[in-house]
Design a protein around this ligand. Structure first.
Ligand code: PBG
Length: 327
């Protein structure tokens, strides 16, 4: 026998002991489920690049929310799919109170007041340019965009939703939206800022889902350079000062270091967005039989939590909850 003073394997010798020493747990309480909303009735269209994820009309979104609530998923991020002919340069439909997505949000909150509903604040799904901000002479203009985001945020807040998610990366938007919300009596509406949102190749399936790809150029003048981490600290300081309630890192898997960085340097809750491309990679490999999809999805979520995420936005939310229930 070799004399070893330390044998770490002792703490791995049985399932019971492994459970005792387990440091990190992902539960349904941690998850926000993104949902793609379609106009119309009884519409269910699978996103080709996201097997298992559907664009749903309001009636089916209501069913989906109910099913998820029964599985323990209580938070949802709802993204509308807007018909091309209804898009314009100033994203007018984003703040038209009669537009289907605002009616749908009212309906969801009416039927499920206990559900936590989050919405996205950015122009891209409603913009004929497919950019998150207003385009003037080929440039995305910051301050003029804020005014539009303010109208959009107010229209969303008026539906009774709980959390606004500014995903546009314009400068000063958190403070601007906080001021607009507060001066209109919406002091209870939270802001989950997309604090460190990178110009990433992992968003393509989402842009398929919403038909929201930019019509020209890319998003590099507003989304962050994947090479940078200190810049995330600048954004975090500004968002905190401007009144954000949560700081988000997006994408998640290739940015675990950024999640950890913000966690170690902020007392605000940290969210991670496990984005569309991260979901699609797992699904594609699982379909080919190359990976056990359920197992690696869990492992990914665990890594985000371990890195410091308090909250994870993930397309795996429902599947995860179903798997927990089966155990
Ligand atoms: C819109 C927005 C995007 C995502 C969330 N909000 C796309 C983008 O910035 O191009 C991506 C989500 C995902 O990939 O799952 N501003």
């Amino acid at each position: 026998m070799i004399q070893l003073s330390h044998r770490p394997r002792r703490n791995r010798k049985s399932a019971a002991i492994r459970a005792l020493v387990e440091e990190t747990k992902v539960t349904t309480d941690d998850l926000i489920f993104p949902i793609f909303l379609l106009d119309g009735k009884n519409q269910k269209v699978e996103v080709a690049s996201m097997p298992g994820i559907f664009r749903l009309s309001t009636d089916l979104v209501l069913k989906e929310v109910e099913e998820c609530l029964n599985l323990g998923i209580r938070a949802f991020d709802i993204f509308p799919v807007v018909e091309e002919s209804l898009k314009d340069k100033t994203a007018t439909k984003s703040y038209d109170p009669n537009f289907f997505y605002l009616r749908a949000l009212r309906e969801v909150k009416k039927q499920f007041p206990e559900a936590c509903i989050m919405t996205d604040v950015a122009m891209d799904p409603y913009s004929s340019d497919g950019h998150d901000g207003l385009v003037e002479e080929g440039k995305i203009v910051n301050d003029e965009t804020l005014e539009i985001l303010g109208k959009m945020a107010l229209a969303q807040a008026e539906t009774g939703i709980d959390i606004l998610g500014p995903s546009d990366m314009m400068d000063g938007r958190v403070g601007y939206l906080r001021e607009v919300l507060d001066s209109n009596g919406f002091t209870d509406v939270s802001i989950m800022s997309y604090t460190a949102k990178y110009a990433s190749g992992f968003y393509n399936p989402f842009r398929d889902a919403l038909d929201s790809a930019p019509k020209f150029g890319d998003k590099k003048t507003y989304q962050m350079n994947p090479a940078n981490s200190r810049e995330a600290m600048i954004e975090a300081a500004l968002d905190t000062e401007e009144g954000a309630d949560f700081l988000m890192v997006k994408p998640a898997l290739a940015y675990l270091d950024i999640i950890k960085l913000l966690k170690d340097n902020s007392d605000l809750p940290i969210a991670a967005y496990n984005v569309s491309g991260e979901y699609s990679m797992v699904k594609a490999a699982a379909q080919k039989g190359w990976l056990d999809g359920e197992r690696v999805a869990k492992e990914m979520l665990l890594s985000m939590k371990r890195a410091g995420a308090d909250i994870i936005l993930t397309y795996f939310a429902k599947e995860f909850a179903q798997a927990v229930k089966r155990q």
